[in-house]
Design a protein around this ligand. Structure first.
Ligand code: SAH
Length: 246
């Protein structure tokens, strides 16, 4: 299943148009992170036309981490390349990948940002890859619902003629976002514990880069277990703070 996640959407017309275009391409699961407008707003429902059901059923969630917890693959979207090392997909290359994920029963989510600012760098760092619709670099920002439409369109086309890459995981399987989120939390706490950051003000950027590194790697469940073991044994000589014990 492909899940559409909208973060802090501001305009009711966009909410409605997103629901409508999702339904055009057979998508049903919409999640709203801190929407700035009521999904039941008459303008939103009117713009959705026959797809108002998607708005009525949409889950409203207070943070991105919670919205992605059950998903296996998580893609962000951005109108422009950020100062972050990430794999960028076009809607078409994303769709080829996502249809394979679909076959293995994996859940894939695509996250869209607020109209004015787009996703924060922190939100994008948490995503595994980024989809950027190739557009004129001098005018790269699409309307939110049109961006959802282009990605949904490609996904729908690829479902009927799949091609492209597979992620082979052997005996194990791709970790879901809950497992990845818990591992990142464990890593951050352990780095706090050993004062890895040295200068506190540098932590936000360093941590964003580190998160980005781990979310780039398509971690499997087995690899996450190995990393837990690795970190625990590496810091064997440092007493673990009470607050970080599980
Ligand atoms: N200035 C913002 C644009 C916000 S548009 C930015 O730099 O991202 C609102 C949302 O529409 C974006 O967060 C993204 O989810 C989507 N979007 C707009 N243009 C896009 C593009 N060219 N490729 C992919 N997503 C796009």
């Amino acid at each position: 299943m492909l899940v559409v996640i909208l973060v802090e959407t501001q305009l009711p017309e966009n909410l409605g148009a997103v629901a409508r275009v999702m339904a055009n391409f057979g998508l049903t699961e919409l999640r709203l992170v801190r929407p700035q407008v009521d999904p039941f707003d008459p303008k939103a429902l009117a713009t959705a036309v026959g797809a108002a059901k998607l708005l009525r059923q949409a889950r409203v969630i207070s943070c991105l981490e919670e919205a992605i917890t059950d998903l296996h693959y998580i893609f962000g979207t951005s109108a422009c390349q950020r100062d972050m090392i990430k794999i960028y997909e076009t809607p078409r290359s994303f769709a080829a990948f996502a249809t394979h994920a679909l076959k293995s029963q994996s859940l894939t989510g695509v996250v869209f940002g607020p109209e004015r600012t787009g996703l924060t760098n922190d939100d994008l760092a948490r995503c595994e890859r980024i989809i950027q619709v190739p557009v004129d670099p001098n005018f790269s920002s699409l309307n939110l619902a049109q961006a959802v439409g282009m990605i949904s369109y490609e996904f729908y086309q690829a479902k009927t003629s799949p091609f492209g890459c597979t992620f082979k995981v052997g005996q194990t399987k791709k970790a879901d976002q809950k497992q990845i989120g818990q591992f990142l939390h464990f890593l951050e706490k352990n780095l706090d514990d050993v004062n890895f950051w040295r200068v506190a003000s540098k932590k936000p950027v360093m941590w964003r880069n580190l998160q980005s590194l781990w979310t780039r790697t398509n971690l499997t469940e087995q690899e996450i277990q190995t990393l837990y073991g690795m970190i625990t044994s590496l810091r064997g000589w440092v007493p673990i703070k009470e607050s970080n014990k599980q």
